[in-house]
Design a protein around this ligand. Structure first.
Ligand SMILES: Cc1cc2nc3c(=O)[nH]c(=O)nc-3n(C[C@H](O)[C@H](O)[C@H](O)COP(=O)(O)OP(=O)(O)OC[C@H]3O[C@@H](n4cnc5c(N)ncnc54)[C@H](O)[C@@H]3O)c2cc1C
Length: 133
């Protein structure tokens, strides 16, 4: 990577900045770090993006819950859904996976930092010229 293309931040220099810690962003950041780039990943909300926080994972957690309840209802028609418990279970699954992504990022990017003297930097937000937010 060309020195001129490096992006400077107050905490160091990055040759690769990923905006967004969803499935696309965290995979790209890890791959770039494994290839030796100085990587910064910027996420404005929670790691894992739509998939882990609102999309794939929450819907599958609810779906599995609904399937189990359907089966129970076949033997106990009075059985009903406990929605607060269902949401709590979904939140637990989401937390486990988003913190797993955090650990994955940290371990991969710290490995790059150890060998290359570069660091992982996770500011809450980034603004770039031309970005409308
Ligand atoms: C209800 C639902 C169910 C789904 N189910 C499935 C499924 O079963 N299987 C499947 O393959 N896909 C599913 N998807 C699609 C899947 O969620 C998306 O394809 C996937 O999340 C896209 O990943 P991404 O990283 O491109 O974007 P996102 O997941 O949207 O991540 C983008 C991230 O960037 C961050 N960001 C945005 N702008 C900025 C900024 N300016 N600064 C800092 N951070 C920023 C956001 O906060 C977000 O975390 C589902 C989606 C929904 C909504």
């Amino acid at each position: 990577m060309m020195k001129d293309n490096m992006v400077k931040s107050e905490n160091g220099e990055y040759s690769f900045i990923v905006i967004g810690g969803g499935p696309a962003g965290y995979v790209a950041a890890i791959k770039a770090a494994q290839l030796g780039a100085g990587v910064a990943l910027v996420e404005q909300d929670t790691l894992g993006g739509a998939c882990l926080n609102r999309g794939c994972i929450p819907t599958k957690a609810y779906l599995k819950n609904a399937e189990i309840i359907e089966e129970i209802k076949q033997v106990n028609t009075a059985f009903d859904i406990d929605m607060p418990a269902t949401v709590k279970m979904k939140n637990k699954v989401v937390r486990k996976l988003t913190s797993g992504v955090g650990s994955l990022l940290k371990s991969n990017m710290e490995a790059a930092a150890d060998s290359l003297g570069r660091c992982l930097h996770l500011p809450p937000k980034v603004s770039m010229p031309g970005m409308n937010r």
